[in-house]
Write a protein that binds this ligand. Structure first.
Ligand SMILES: N[C@@H](CCC(=O)N[C@@H](CS)C(=O)NCC(=O)O)C(=O)O
Length: 224
């Protein structure tokens, strides 16, 4: 049985959880927050998500975990058989991470602490997001799924990346980023209505107050 370590307020954690639920892989959740010593023993950089496999191997990095789950539990596939189609799926995931998720994360501490980010930083983030918009507008098919007629890992990955891009865009940049990509908002709404996404979202909301308390403690410790 896989153990999934982390917390439900994390979009990275949730994308791995969605993959496990979609592929009907038995797993247990182990609540751990970033930076804890217990997590450092499992995850080399002390970040979530991490998993412990049924053989006892600890693994971190969400995209690496997604690939491991696919290879170990291939019965309900999330990557196409064809190498080129598979590469296109991974390309969408990589671009989502590098040009949507990571720049948005640079503003996350301002969003959570309710402060304004410096204009220079906002401009830098907007420039990277614009590259992501151009790339994703070119690559995403939405016919009906992101890489074409098959539901793939890229659908799950992009959906959870979008949660952060949407909230950072609206809180810090006054920018509806997803609206810049034709079809993205409609597809994202469809994604959020699946039973799995609704369950993951309910768990996220349940965990949010505790996560915010932890963050507050971190912010006040950093000030001292
Ligand atoms: N590249 C990592 C990023 C994971 C990540 O940033 N996780 C955040 C939570 S959403 C975390 O653990 N932050 C705690 C920290 O930075 O100490 C992945 O894909 O899994």
């Amino acid at each position: 049985m896989i153990i999934l370590h982390g917390f439900a307020a994390s979009n990275y954690y949730n994308l791995v959880k969605h993959v496990l639920l979609y592929k009907e892989v038995p797993f247990q959740e182990n609540l751990l927050y970033g930076g804890s010593d217990e997590l450092l023993a499992i995850s080399p950089v002390g970040k979530v998500p991490a998993i412990t496999t049924s053989e006892g191997l600890n693994l971190s990095e969400s995209s690496v975990i997604c690939d491991f789950i696919e290879e170990t539990y291939p019965d309900i596939p999330l990557y196409p058989d064809n190498a080129e189609e598979r590469a296109v799926v991974r390309q969408i995931m990589k671009i989502a991470e590098l040009y949507f998720e990571l720049p948005s994360r640079r503003l996350i501490r301002y969003a959570f602490s309710g402060t304004e980010a410096p204009e220079t930083l906002k401009t830098e983030v907007q420039q990277v997001l614009n590259r992501g918009i151009t790339a994703l507008a070119n690559l995403c098919q939405f016919s009906p799924w992101i890489a074409g007629d098959k539901f793939t890992m890229a659908d799950i990955y992009m959906h959870y990346v979008n949660t952060i891009v949407t909230s950072i865009g609206s809180v810090q940049l006054d920018w509806d980023v997803l609206a810049e990509i034709p079809g993205m908002k409609e597809w994202n709404n469809t994604m959020s209505q699946s039973d799995i996404a609704l369950n993951v979202e309910a768990d996220r909301q349940k965990n949010m107050p505790e996560f915010l308390e932890k963050l507050k403690a971190q912010f006040s410790a950093a000030k001292q």
